[in-house]
Ligand binder design. Structure first.
Ligand SMILES: [Fe+2]
Length: 302
């Protein structure tokens, strides 16, 4: 990921460990430093009778389809399917891994990507989340790429890579079909760690005019990614609001992305993008008016 960014991330991880996670949130999420935000929400949901429904929704993971027409996609890649999982926070609930496995087991795809946030907490032991993620991914046969989110420490990379996941930490990879290429670039978390480095990530990409797909944990890189000539950006992080008003209206978000980037497909200049509502949940195993999702992006050549 580049030595400077690597050291910067390790330093921020150490600070976070010392502060026991405090100081990462923004807006309302900063208040959780001074009182038990999730305890209050849990109490309100239990009193109002919405807890059981929210938990059912959390484990009822939808398979969403997103068809994207990309001008620079070579005909050899027409129909190429990327299965996106994101924001697993895989150690939040013991039934979660089985719920994801049952959602994805019959979903055909050519490539899998996990766009960050494997762990529930922003600090502390990662092993539960890593084991649950491996349980989810081990039955899937397509090649699997991943990036880190703001809930992840670098220490989880080696065990996940040993299980077959290829991390793109400010790196790129190319998939080839005959002479045609599809370039994949993954950047580190641009939200809290801010250790993303496009220059480093793209340093070996050939200027061959082939289609470029960016994996960025948070959608807030949309403008720079469009300027750099990416064709498609896939993100998560927002959880689509997770607990929303009827109709999916987001009540609270961390303010790092404009509302049109919080979930679903969007466009920035010539680049198309998609923000997943997330496969898991943060803080509480609850979703209201905001279904959990895995997403099949089918790439189409125009
Ligand atoms: Fe997340």
């Amino acid at each position: 990921m580049g030595e400077a960014k690597f050291l910067e991330r390790l330093d921020k991880e150490a600070q976070l460990r010392e502060r026991r996670g405090h100081g990462q949130g923004k807006g309302i999420f900063r208040w959780e430093d001074s009182f038990d935000l999730y305890g209050c929400i849990k109490f309100c949901l239990k009193v109002s009778g919405l807890w059981a429904r929210g938990l059912r929704n959390y484990l009822d993971i939808r398979v969403e389809s997103n068809e994207v027409f990309l001008e620079r996609l070579a005909p050899e890649f027409d129909g190429f399917r990327i299965l996106q999982l994101t924001d697993l926070h895989a150690d939040l609930h013991p039934d979660f891994a089985a719920a994801v496995r049952s959602a994805v087991e019959n979903v055909p795809c050519d490539l899998i990507v996990v766009t960050g946030d494997f762990r529930t907490c922003t600090y502390g032991d990662h092993t539960g989340a890593t084991e649950a993620a491996i349980e989810i991914l081990q039955g899937l046969s397509a090649p699997c790429y991943a990036i880190l989110g703001n809930h992840d420490f670098l220490i989880k990379v080696p065990p996940l890579e040993a299980a077959g996941v290829k991390f793109l930490l400010n790196e790129s990879a190319t998939i080839r079909r005959g002479e045609a290429a599809l370039h994949l670039t993954g950047i580190d978390d641009p939200n809290f760690y801010k250790t993303h480095d496009f220059e480093h990530a793209m340093r070996d990409l050939p200027d061959d005019g082939a289609c470029r797909v960016l994996f960025s944990h948070a959608p807030q890189t949309h403008k720079i990614a469009a300027d750099l000539g990416f064709d498609l950006q896939l993100s998560g992080h927002t959880h689509g609001g997770q607990i929303c008003l009827p109709g999916g209206r987001v009540v609270v978000h961390d303010g790092t992305a404009e509302r049109h980037l919080l979930s679903g497909p969007w466009r920035e200049g010539n680049m198309q993008g998609y923000t997943s509502r997330g496969t898991g949940a943060s803080g509480l195993p609850i979703r209201l008016n905001c279904p959990a999702e895995v997403t099949v992006h089918t790439l189409r050549s125009e």
